[in-house]
Design a protein around this ligand. Sequence first.
Ligand code: UDP
Length: 202
Amino acid sequence: MDSVKILGVPFSRLTLSDTVKLLQGKLEGERAEGAQRGLFHLITANPEIVMAANQQPRLREIVDAADLITPDGIGVVLAAKWQGTHIPERVTGYDLLIGLFEGAAVRGFSLYVVGADEETNAKAVDIIKDKYAGVNVVGRHNGYFKGNQETALVADIGRKQPDLLIVALGAPNAEKFIYKHKNSLNAKVAFGVGGSLDVIAG
Ligand code: UDP
């Protein structure tokens, strides 16, 4: 994958629409089984994550293991410019999500929605169901859980086998959750979406 390294983090140089196409291909593809069971973990990384990855070994490990890292914010695009390289545009979790939802009219997929408070999560899911008929929401859970609840949540996601899992726990909690449970989630694609559920719920 064509990428530009900024402070050691390899950023994709795909445009938003090409990134949506890549993810659509993953959502339509076979679910990885057995030893290959990992999902496609996309990280939309802002400058804070780049800095944090250089300070926290655990986050560095997560970033290094990611399947694709997109530039979340103009700061990353500008940083590329300053070092004499080029990134075409920012590619945020929200924009990817809406791109995938809009594309679902022709190519449907199943979705599991984790994150935000209970009311926001429920409202965002209602709106997604209303607005995007091609998106089959197979499960949802608010973003305030711990211990046993987390175990039960991961088991529920694993059972529902969503094509796409979106996680709105704030960065880098979403990335940590996806990485920690990568082999149990049974999703094809997963990414953190920051405050997107709040935006969708309005
Ligand atoms: N959130 C959550 N659980 C937590 C902390 C945060 O579900 O323990 C949710 C919060 O309700 C909000 C989102 O995560 O919907 C955080 O959005 P924010 O804009 O802070 O994320 P960032 O853009 O920093 O990734």
